[in-house]
Design a protein around this ligand. Structure first.
Ligand SMILES: Cc1cc2nc3c(=O)[nH]c(=O)nc-3n(C[C@H](O)[C@H](O)[C@H](O)COP(=O)(O)O)c2cc1C
Length: 153
């Protein structure tokens, strides 16, 4: 899944912050619509990157075992709008916000939307290992955010 089309950076003009924009992040999990194909994923990514570039959003989308995990960062008012749009998107179900809040510095400033999947690294295995170590059965947002950060080098 991680060929050039999925990893590509975009070369269009970035959004420029206006005075008063405050930076925030959103982390959510959802269930991919059954039967989702690689083409569908490419379409989602392509469109998301176009929109994010215009909106000054960056982040990382992970797809594994029919689940999506996405970290999005940027101007907070844009994130609030994106949440409303994502909730209505029938290409995924059970949209669940895991965490959101203010952010000091972007983690994915070079990415309109990075993409990863099990072939790149398994988030579900990462979570299972952390659960074993911690003796807890919580897939906590902090562990998912730590995985996302680890994907960025
Ligand atoms: C898993 C998933 C991730 C998405 N990520 C983004 C995103 O990062 N940014 C974005 O604008 N839209 C994203 N979308 C698409 C939005 O849900 C929505 O379809 C799109 O923003 C609407 O664009 P339009 O108003 O140009 O039709 C995502 C959709 C899915 C299913």
């Amino acid at each position: 899944m991680n060929d050039d089309s999925m990893l590509m950076h975009s070369d269009a003009q970035p959004y420029h912050f206006a005075a008063g924009d405050s930076l925030g992040y959103l982390l959510y999990r959802s269930v991919a619509r059954p039967g989702m194909q690689r083409d569908d994923l490419e379409r989602i990514l392509h469109h998301a990157r176009d929109r994010n570039r215009a909106a000054g959003l960056t982040g990382c989308l992970h797809h594994e075992d029919g689940l999506f995990f996405q970290w999005v960062e940027g101007p907070r008012f844009r994130l609030f709008r994106l949440i409303d749009v994502l909730r209505e998107d029938d290409r995924h179900l059970n949209f669940t916000v895991l965490d959101q809040g203010p952010l000091q510095q972007r983690l994915f400033s070079d990415w309109e939307m990075r993409f990863s999947d099990r072939e790149a690294a398994s988030l579900l295995e990462w979570l299972a290992e952390r659960r074993d170590r911690a003796g807890s059965d919580q897939d906590d947002a902090e562990s998912i955010a730590a995985f996302m950060r680890s994907m960025n080098g």
